[in-house]
Ligand binder design. Structure first.
Ligand code: URA
Length: 241
């Protein structure tokens, strides 16, 4: 899934480990050639047919990437941490600095994490406007209360907030195991919903987002795969799914 044309400095940042500002410096030092000619202007447009070299190495545009990562427990979704390994460490890919997580999971949550360098797609999946379904499996400290499904479906007031949660769907699997489908992306939402019900989440795992499912048999914790084109398009188009 390649881009049509893009600025040269952006192309360099996408195909090397240079940032945009370091790419501009490399251009200024006359290290970059387009179709055999030195080019210093960072705004020059690069298309699919152009051959770009930096220090005489040909650069290949990796295109837009869409990944499904099985996030293990104990990993952080941020780009820097002194306490935990990063999900980015699981990826052996060029230009990793361009890849962002599509929403976040807590350190102590495992499961499906989407990652991409396509900012527009990321926005469509995470924006509250599109209300994409996110499905979680949770293990609770206490058996679920009788009226929990009804209260979750009606929306709950979370501690420290004045706007109730959007209606969500709760499925009781065993007295202490549940599946919860939410459409919002509030901070620690699932843990706080169960706290509002007087319970406590002891294990949390995300099974799907926007209709994209994690198959844990095919993809063990720490592994990842590219999304299929169909998954990329379906996730964007299907409302609330
Ligand atoms: N809700 C949580 O509480 N934690 C997550 O990681 C995701 C949703």
């Amino acid at each position: 899934m390649a881009k049509q044309t893009q600025r040269l400095d952006k192309f360099l940042a996408a195909t090397t480990d240079l940032t945009r500002s370091l790419a501009k410096k490399a251009l200024h030092r006359e290290e970059v050639k387009v179709n055999g000619e030195v080019v210093k202007n960072p705004a020059v447009q690069i298309g699919d047919q152009d051959e770009v070299t930096w220090l005489d190495q040909e650069l290949q545009d990796v295109g837009l990437r869409y990944l499904l990562v099985h996030k293990p427990l104990g990993y952080e979704c941020t780009t820097r941490s002194s306490h935990h390994p990063l999900v980015l460490d699981l990826l052996d890919l060029p230009s990793k600095h361009l890849i962002q997580t599509v929403g976040r999971l807590d350190v102590e949550t495992s499961g499906l994490l989407l990652m991409t360098d396509d900012g527009q797609w990321l926005h469509k999946i995470t924006s509250p406007r599109y209300q994409k379904d996110k499905v979680y499996w949770a293990e609770l400290a206490e058996p679920l209360q009788e009226d929990a499904e009804k209260r979750v479906a009606e929306g709950l007031l979370l501690e420290g907030e004045d706007k109730p949660t959007q209606p969500a769907t709760l499925e009781r699997l065993t007295p202490t195991q549940v599946r919860l489908t939410v459409t919002e992306g509030r901070y620690h939402l699932v843990r706080r919903i169960f706290a509002a019900l007087g319970n406590h989440v002891v294990r949390l795992h995300r099974e799907s987002v926007a209709g994209i499912h994690l198959n844990t048999q095919e993809l063990p914790a720490g592994a990842w795969r590219y999304l299929t084109e169909q998954e990329v398009h379906q996730a964007m188009q299907t409302p609330g799914n």
